[in-house]
Structure formats: C-alpha cells, structure tokens
Ligand binder design. Structure first.
Ligand code: SF4
Length: 75
C-alpha cells in the first residue's frame, strides 16, 4: 500500500483526481490532521479512493510506476 506522502504525489500526477468526497474521507482524522490533508491534493481526498485504501480506478500502481520511471531517468 502507498504511503501518505506517495498518495499526495500520486494525486498531483493523476488526471482523475476529484476531491468532492473531502469531508467523508477526512472525517476520522483530528482537526489539525484534517487541515493538513485538505491543503494538498491527495488520494485521501479523492472521490475514487475507497475506504479499503485503494483507488477504484486502479490508478495508484501505474502512477507509482511512472513516477519511479521518471526518477530513474533523472538519476
Ligand atoms: S485515488 Fe485514484 S483517481 Fe484519485 S487521485 Fe488517487 S490515483 Fe487518482
């Protein structure tokens, strides 16, 4: 499973990011954590992110791979 930091980067790369489920996704967090989550694009804020911690479009893995490829190209 992707880390929080990865989920944030994934959302930046993702064309399907849709934060309309904001309140639901953040409802279990403390208010300070929620403020942090709301501030950034993040899979956790995305309508496609399920409570099982997956993307219902299955985009997390492909985006992670393309991010890894990009890092490899730069190094
Ligand atoms: S949950 Fe899926 S659709 Fe939403 S931003 Fe993450 S990878 Fe993209």
């Amino acid at each position: 499973m992707a880390s929080k930091e990865q989920l944030r980067k994934i959302a930046l790369y993702c064309n399907e990011y849709d934060p309309s489920r904001n309140n639901l996704a953040s409802s279990t967090l403390t208010s300070s954590a929620r403020a942090y989550e709301d501030k950034y694009e993040n899979c956790l804020n995305c309508i496609h992110y399920t409570k099982e911690g997956k993307c219902d479009l299955n985009l997390i893995d492909p985006i992670l791979s393309s991010m890894a490829m990009e890092l490899n190209l730069k190094s």
